[in-house]
Design a protein around this ligand. Structure first.
Ligand SMILES: Cc1cc2nc3c(=O)[nH]c(=O)nc-3n(C[C@H](O)[C@H](O)[C@H](O)COP(=O)(O)OP(=O)(O)OC[C@H]3O[C@@H](n4cnc5c(N)ncnc54)[C@H](O)[C@@H]3O)c2cc1C
Length: 427
């Protein structure tokens, strides 16, 4: 695939094969005769689909409200389903949890979800890519776009080759926000990036968080913009992911065919909206991540709830005590002190939310529960769009998490459809 010869011109080039790029590619291929090139810098395709792959099919999960109405999201979610064939998970006892939550000012959203699993998502991706190829889309993996030459309507790959286009869709995902910022500068498109989500990942025994038996990935909204995110159970583990200059934790679980390990993990995130003079959410996240790197000797940190409550740092020995009866799944996390690394405002709101969660689902604050930090989600560059199809300049579209048009798989796919609709209307 690496040596695939790409042509020197296409009607449409899509950069990034995550769900946003795929959504655009399918819509365009199924509705036009245009020549389409889908470029992906990695060896394996499809960005964030490659992970746990929980798909949410209920508005507003994943859909930033400044870009989506319920009507526009629901219309496109129907289309997303025709490509991803979700098997919606059953939910039980939601009323019971919701009643308890409402009493203390917390909201539980009832969401239609499907779960593929980290071990199964690659099969889904391969079948999607095969279908795209059958639909005359050229897919070039290990082809990284170095820059966009706006004056010539060309992209330049890192191997030096140049490819011209009539329409360009950029869908590079949130990990490559700084690359996208450079392209936006070149294109003279205004943007801002003032939002970031900062939080922790909680790991505990399933018996301490039994709601997951009733609701696979419970979406719980707390006061002060704190929410649960990406719950994993069954065969669940925590990973650390490398970003530029720091690590962020994240959670995974394997499909139901794997033996359960009795553990659950989920993130508790607080959305921070920065105002002048601090305007870069990505930069703020990076600074906090780098502080943890300094304090942990180059990794992420973890603390047992029992130690946190007593105001004492966790130590290696803490994890061997008889009270603390499960091993952390992220072995590279360093036992430390959360309150030394997290800004007070964030820590206060997260701890308060955890106490509320423990009131709704008693047990989650068992002394053995582990709090990992940091989990950082830098979302977007929020470009200034000139129409509802996420066009930023004539023939240029920017979609997906990198552009703040989505915050999840299904919304990213839907944003790809919207950009494709713009191009189809212009043909
Ligand atoms: C570990 C993890 C787990 C997640 N789990 C879930 C989940 O279970 N459910 C959910 O809804 N969301 C989940 N998300 C979020 C979800 O993955 C994203 O919302 C979604 O993937 C965004 O889609 P996207 O197409 O915008 O970007 P991405 O999926 O990030 O795809 C962007 C692609 O563009 C490529 N690219 C970037 N720059 C270039 C370049 N210059 N040249 C060529 N290619 C380039 C990247 O390699 C990447 O493959 C998870 C995210 C992570 C990191």
């Amino acid at each position: 695939m690496k040596n695939k010869t790409v042509k020197s011109h296409y009607d449409i080039i899509i950069v990034g094969s995550g769900p946003a790029g795929l959504g655009a590619a399918f819509k365009l291929a199924e509705n036009s005769e245009c020549s389409i090139l889908l470029l992906e810098k990695k060896k394996i395709s499809s960005g964030g689909l490659r992970n746990d792959c929980k798909q949410n099919y209920t508005f507003p999960v994943g859909f930033p409200l400044e870009h989506w109405s319920q009507e526009s999201a629901e219309k496109l979610l129907k289309e997303v389903k025709t490509h991803l064939y979700p098997k919606i998970e059953q939910k039980y006892n939601i009323e019971k949890y919701s009643k308890r939550a409402q009493k203390i000012g917390v909201q539980i959203l009832s969401i239609d979800q499907s779960h593929v699993g980290t071990d199964k998502s690659s099969q889904l991706i391969s079948s999607l890519i095969d279908k795209l190829k059958a639909l005359h889309v050229e897919v070039a993996l290990q082809h990284e776009v170095h820059e966009v030459a706006a004056d010539k309507k060309e992209i330049i790959l890192t191997n030096g080759s140049k490819i011209s286009f009539k329409n360009l869709i950029l869908a590079p995902g949130r990990a490559d926000y700084d690359w996208l910022q450079e392209q936006l500068d070149t294109l003279h498109v205004e943007y801002n990036d003032n939002i970031v989500d900062i939080g922790i990942r909680v790991e505990t025994k399933e018996e301490h968080y039994p709601i997951v038996k009733d609701y696979y990935d419970p979406k719980i909204l707390f006061p002060n913009k704190v929410r649960t995110f990406c719950t994993n159970s069954g065969c669940a583990h925590i990973v650390r992911e490398k970003y530029k200059g720091y690590y962020s934790v994240n959670g995974h679980s394997l499909s139901k065919e794997n033996k359960p390990n009795g553990l659950v993990n989920f993130a508790l995130l607080k959305t921070i909206r920065l105002t002048e003079p601090v305007v870069s959410g990505q930069q703020f996240g990076r600074i906090l991540g780098q502080m943890v790197m300094q304090l942990s000797g180059g990794s992420v940190i973890m603390q047992r709830v029992g130690d946190f409550r007593l105001g004492s740092r966790s130590k290696k020995e803490t994890f061997n005590s008889d009270l603390y009866d499960f091993e952390p799944t992220l072995k590279s996390a360093v036992a430390a002190d959360l309150s030394l690394s997290m800004p007070a405002k964030i820590l206060r709101d997260i701890w308060k939310s955890l106490k509320m969660l423990d009131t709704i689902i008693p047990g989650v604050l068992h002394p053995s529960t582990i709090l990992y930090y940091p989990e950082i989600k830098t979302y977007s560059n929020k470009p200034k769009f000139i129409n509802e199809n996420f066009m930023v300049k004539d023939s240029y579209y920017i979609i997906g998490d990198a552009a703040g048009t989505s915050r999840g798989i299904t919304a990213a796919w839907a944003s790809g459809i919207r950009a494709a609709n713009g191009i189809l209307a212009s043909l």
